[in-house]
Ligand binder design. Structure first.
Ligand SMILES: Cc1ncc(COP(=O)(O)O)c(C=O)c1O
Length: 399
């Protein structure tokens, strides 16, 4: 199923040809993602890896990323929205999908059961709806129970969980796949939460119930809290080689950022000393300067906070962003680069100056925010062994 996705993609040469016409695009190294998955697998010592692929695989593009993960042996993924689960099924991907989106209608429940999606449940009303849909369709429904061990966001409270799970398991055509909880990422309190989870497990076993897969750890715990690995870990951001926090780099896992963001110079010109650039005249040229305009702005996900702070790479050197990052544009200094209209500029890359961590820091936002803000419609090109193997792009001309 997953290899069918890659087989249906244009040939590398055709993708390279298409790229000639892209004013801006993202490049994603599938090899980096493979290596990150391998490193995480090794680190979690036998626990299953259930990658979190919510929010368009953290900006990397849902379907190609999941198709690739399946080729690398991933059996289950975690999504936050039902439409993400449906998108994966529509693409013909048959991996297990755990959906965290709440469901309120019978139609949604029936879709979930019909498509073999595992639903997150933490109250009787939802469980009953799912069970009724399963009975109607004559098909077992898979559920994962969310337990609130202390984050206080969603889930059944840990002390009420055993009774609720027992009741849910007694409903017709319900199959319990597992129990999961989210940690607070406060080191001392995480331990309390783990104990609460283990209490739920012990109580279920006392009642003769198998809890199935027990899962707590997302990226933060994979880096810092090995006791929480249990049966399965659910890392998100780290899979894409992005460290949520700088301190995570010290945890001994060396990951590769998979994503880069490139654009072609739209316009190049000389600006005289004292001339102003962009809205509110946020940049005044301190000398005669060569300036380039890039047709990428905050609507593309290039952060507004990089106004007068961003760094790009052009002609092998790092250059500053000048003035305002606007909806569709930003400007850069080009002195001594020799760059001309049409030349490629790297807006986000792997090097420290322009990596996701540094640009998020400069913009005053989280690394998560930078990744998930990347416009889903930007063309994305997927590389393997140095060659483009898949592409996603919005349709401009009906073919
Ligand atoms: C329930 C759950 N598990 C796992 C993750 C992955 O988190 P991270 O990207 O920090 O690894 C998330 C993301 O917020 C989540 O909501």
């Amino acid at each position: 199923m997953a290899s069918r996705f890659f087989d249906s993609q244009p040939k590398s040469g055709e993708i390279e040809e298409k790229m000639q016409g892209f004013p801006s695009w993202l490049e994603i190294s599938l090899d980096s993602i493979s290596r990150n998955l391998e490193k995480i697998k090794k680190a979690v010592k036998g626990a299953e890896l259930i990658p979190c692929v919510k929010t368009n695989a953290y900006g990397h593009g849902l379907v190609p990323i999941v198709a690739h993960m399946m080729r690398r042996g991933i059996k289950r993924v975690l999504v936050a929205k039902l439409w993400e689960a449906m998108q994966l099924r529509e693409a013909g991907l048959d991996c297990d999908i755990i959906n965290m989106d709440p469901v309120f209608t019978d139609i949604a429940c029936e879709k979930i059961v019909e498509k073999g999606i595992t639903q997150t449940v933490f109250n009787m009303a939802t469980a009953e709806k799912i069970s009724s849909s399963a009975v109607k369709l004559g098909k077992d429904a898979k559920v994962f129970i969310k337990i609130d061990t202390g984050l206080g966001r969603v889930g059944v409270k840990h002390d009420e969980a055993p009774s609720l799970i027992e009741s849910i398991c007694s409903l017709p055509k319900i199959s319990l796949e597992g129990i999961f909880s989210t940690l607070s990422e406060d080191r001392a309190y995480d331990r309390v939460q783990l104990e609460r989870m283990l209490y739920v497990e012990a109580e279920l076993r006392k009642r003769g119930l198998d809890p199935g897969t027990r899962s707590m750890a997302s990226s933060n715990a994979v880096f810092h809290f090995p006791d929480s690995y249990l049966d399965a870990v659910r890392p998100g951001l780290m899979v894409y080689g992005v460290y949520p926090e700088e301190e995570d780099r010290e945890a001994g896992l060396s990951l590769e950022q998979a994503l880069s963001f490139k654009a072609r110079l739209e316009h190049v010109k000389w600006v005289e000393k004292g001339e102003s650039l962009t809205y509110s005249r946020r940049f005044i040229a301190p000398r005669r300067m060569r300036v380039g305009t890039i047709h990428v702005g905050y609507s593309d996900g290039y952060p507004r906070g990089l106004t007068n702070k961003g760094i790009v790479k052009v002609g092998g050197v790092f250059k500053p962003v000048l003035g305002t990052v606007s909806l569709n544009h930003h400007l850069i200094e080009l002195d001594e680069t020799g760059a001309e209209t049409g030349d490629i500029v790297e807006l986000i890359g792997r090097e420290r100056e322009i990596n996701i961590s540094n640009l998020a820091r400069l913009a005053g936002i989280m690394t998560y925010t930078l990744c998930v803000g990347l416009n889903p419609l930007l063309p994305r090109v997927y590389y393997e062994k140095g060659r483009p193997v898949a592409v996603s792009e919005p349709k401009i001309v009906e073919s």
